[in-house]
Design a protein around this ligand. Structure first.
Ligand code: SF4
Length: 493
């Protein structure tokens, strides 16, 4: 059974642990910096990049506004081409469909194309409970699976690992999963890729069933689309007899003309390539060619909940390019595991609360706060999702969800105390006087007007001063200055 995110601590706790890992920060800074540079070059080649993004956002918004109609059209087209369509309300429904198909064929081993949706529903673990082994075939996913690890990036799930760590994982773990790594394996990327290729080739040739997701589903013809870089997806989608694709309902695009927009945006925004190396498309069953039994599981799992939020539903435009992760200063320092989900980074901070709802799980409620609101994620998003705006919107939702809590948080108490103080002029005047006296004062450099700072306050002020300085209040408050006539010519003299 693989590791899961279930039971992960809330972001502030997990981030503190991650920040202590300097190797992790080095790996992340190197990887995200490289991808950022490549992406910037690929995007700069297109003069109409912004315009393409605006068009793509408009297509997604129009589609989401009539999602019911487009999904029915997709179902009809898929059924007409020989695919069996299943509707899954949640993760359990979807996993049950996949397990049932495998059981009916007596299959105990499946190969998988990299798929966020199947990770979201915990498919590998659900299949393992039924005695069915699911093998990841994407190189980075294979590294994560063999290392009994968790993915930490949408596009590069093993971004937190360096070459030497990957060599050690292959050397020690590959044999238990199939063909072993060569004894003399080095950490040369070509050697690592060759070892993975040989290991996976045996899986492709023996598997009778594959499981995939889909980047897009074209409603007008019932065509599913997977874009990838390694060719493992093409192997999975063509060699086995049975194919099950788990597709989030927001993946639907009405027409091929719409798809064209997204295929131009996605590779440049994700890997910084003009075109991704492999784009596989399949439409139901083609007699004598490829899988002869095709199932498509249309997955809700919280998407209709997100859709009900008229402002935040824009998050469902996401094409999982991961550009927002690569520019995020928070993600670059803490990595993906701290977000406690297969969707990390800025998109994870909004999509997890939207899919799962707020007010029930402290881990989910912490995510909208896992941001400095610097805005880099929103600037870089190819489908113009206002991620900072949705983060603020969700913070409001989290606060609203806890208004009736019988045990308020320290933050809520502090805000109530501030409201009480600010609600009365005399109370405010007293507080202003007291502010200069509490805590430990550091005079001097770096503060506005050279005023010095409060470097330590007792609880709950210590929640602030534990990590930052608090500028020292001016010696004279505004109201004292005003009373002695500071607002007049005379007073200023
Ligand atoms: S939110 Fe935007 S930038 Fe982030 S993964 Fe989705 S499409 Fe890419």
């Amino acid at each position: 059974m693989g590791r899961t995110f279930v039971g992960m601590p809330p972001f502030p706790v997990a981030a503190r642990t991650a920040l202590a890992d300097s190797q992790l920060r080095r790996n992340l800074a190197h990887a995200t910096g490289t991808i950022r540079g490549k992406r910037a070059g690929a995007v700069a080649e297109l003069e109409d990049w912004e315009d393409l993004g605006a068009q793509a956002a408009a297509v997604k918004d129009r589609t989401l506004a009539h999602l019911d109609e487009h999904l029915v059209a997709l179902e009809e087209a898929l059924s007409a081409r020989g695919a069996t369509v299943h509707w899954a309300r949640d993760a359990a429904d979807a996993c049950a469909v996949v397990a049932d198909v495998a059981r009916r064929h007596g299959i105990d081993e499946v190969v998988k194309v990299k798929s966020m949706a199947t990770q979201e529903i915990g498919l590998n673990e659900a299949l393992a409970e039924q005695g069915i082994a699911a093998w990841e075939t994407d190189l980075a996913e294979l590294i994560v699976q063999l290392g009994d690890d968790l993915p930490s990036h949408i596009l590069v799930p093993a971004i937190h690992r360096n070459r030497a760590e990957i060599r050690d994982i292959f050397r020690t773990r590959m044999a238990a999963a199939g063909r072993p790594a060569p004894d003399d394996l080095t950490d040369d990327p070509a050697a690592l890729a060759a070892a993975a290729r040989l290991h996976l080739r045996e899986k492709f040739l023996s598997a009778r069933m594959a499981v995939s997701g889909a980047n897009f589903a074209v409603a007008e013809t019932g065509t599913l689309v997977v874009v990838e870089s390694e060719g493992n997806g093409r192997m999975c989608l063509t060699l086995p007899d049975v194919l099950v694709s788990v597709v989030g309902i927001e993946k639907v695009v009405p027409t091929w003309r719409d798809l064209d927009l997204f295929l131009r945006l996605l590779p440049r925004s994700s890997t910084g390539e003009r075109m991704n190396p492999y784009t596989s498309m399949w439409t139901g069953v083609t007699p004598g060619d490829g899988p002869q039994e095709v199932h498509v599981v249309l997955l809700d799992n919280g998407r209709t909940r997100a859709l009900a939020d008229e402002y935040a539903r824009q998050a469902l435009r996401c094409i999982r390019c991961s550009a927002c992760l690569n520019v995020c200063p928070v993600y670059e320092r803490v990595g993906g595991h701290a977000y406690g989900s297969v969707y990390p980074g800025p998109i994870g901070a909004i999509i997890n609360p939207l899919l799962r709802g707020v007010g029930q799980d402290p881990q989910v409620d912490a995510l909208p706060y896992a941001s400095t609101l610097c805005g880099a994620c929103g600037d870089v998003c190819p489908v113009a999702i206002d991620i900072p705006g949705v983060l603020v919107h969700l913070r409001t939702a989290v606060v609203d969800a806890h208004r009736s809590d019988t045990r308020p948080t320290a933050e809520a108490l502090a805000v109530r105390a501030a409201a009480w103080t600010l609600g009365d002029a005399r109370r405010l005047a007293l507080a202003e006087k007291a502010a200069g006296g509490a805590g430990r004062v550091r005079r001097g450099r770096g503060m506005p007007g050279g005023r010095g700072a409060v470097s330590w306050l007792p609880f709950a002020g210590s929640r602030w001063t534990g990590a930052r300085d608090l500028p020292l209040p001016p010696r004279e408050s505004f109201r004292a200055w005003w009373r002695r006539g500071g607002g007049t010519e005379e007073g200023r003299r």
